[in-house]
Design a binder for this molecule. Structure first.
Ligand SMILES: C[S@@+](CC[C@H](N)C(=O)[O-])C[C@H]1O[C@@H](n2cnc3c(N)ncnc32)[C@H](O)[C@@H]1O
Length: 239
């Protein structure tokens, strides 16, 4: 593992979540999707498993299959949910999901594949009447600040709500509903990250200092410019 990735995991190891989100997002998406109490749900790119409790709350007699490609996050999610027969945690690649589901939930990871590509790949994994809910980086203005542009420079395909909808349509889906991921959801990610940054600062080497500086700037940029860009949560279903 490179010094950078070691430093990245020193910062991210055992955080409660790896991106913005809150239980209200899951409840809203399940309601828009018409998720039943017995639904089979996939939590794709689950990270440490922060959304599993809310997914089970939406389908208390159902089952959640949570998967991620990163071994540490899989272990963390398993540690939290191992005794619960309603949850299975898998180390797997989201490009090839096994089985089929009533709801595929994907918080903050569709961009690794692309919206159209992910929805196209997951279509065979949807049961009849099934839906997909995903959060995706989104411009809220067509004139963002230079600072916010720099923050998202490594995702040049980032678009606005209309652009996300066009990518949904291109995959043969229709959008059932959208809403912006809330400030509280972002703070649920950045709050614990702030505390970890402060704890790791004393004695940090060059690689760790770089990672801490980047994370600190990301949170500061979002707090200063959060009306310019964020995540859009979309619930979609095949046409
Ligand atoms: C921004 S984090 C979001 C994690 C989680 N959904 C959350 O909100 O806390 C993105 C996650 O995608 C996972 N990931 C990236 N590429 C993946 C792939 N090809 N298959 C499965 N998981 C992947 C990473 O390991 C990471 O846990």
């Amino acid at each position: 593992m490179s010094a950078y990735f070691e430093a990245f995991f020193a910062l991210h190891r055992d955080l409660p979540r790896e991106g913005p989100g809150e239980a209200a997002d899951v409840a809203w998406a399940a309601s828009v999707a018409g998720t039943s109490a017995t639904a089979q749900i996939a939590d794709v790119a689950c990270g440490p498993g922060a959304d599993i409790a809310a997914l089970l709350a939406a389908a208390p007699q159902g089952h959640v299959t949570a998967l991620d490609k990163t071994a540490h996050f899989v272990d963390q999610a398993r540690a939290g949910w191992a005794p619960d027969p309603r949850v299975t945690v898998l180390k797997a690649d989201m490009a090839s999901i096994a089985n089929s589901y009533d709801l595929i939930w994907c918080a903050g990871a569709v961009y690794f594949l692309g919206v159209t590509e992910a929805l196209s790949a997951w279509r065979k994994s949807l049961r009849p009447g099934g839906s997909i809910a995903f959060s995706e980086p989104c411009w809220f203005t067509d004139a963002p600040s230079d600072r916010m542009r720099a923050m998202w420079a490594d995702y040049p395909a980032m678009t606005d709500a209309a652009g996300i909808d066009a990518r949904v349509e291109a995959a043969g889906y229709r959008t059932l509903g959208t809403r912006r991921v809330s400030d509280a959801a972002w703070e649920a990610y950045y709050g614990p990250l702030d505390a970890r940054i402060a704890a790791l600062r004393p004695g940090a080497d060059a690689a760790l200092t770089q990672v801490l500086d980047e994370a600190e700037e990301e949170a500061a940029c979002w707090r200063a410019h959060r009306r310019e860009a964020g995540y859009l949560l979309s619930v979609v279903a095949p046409r």
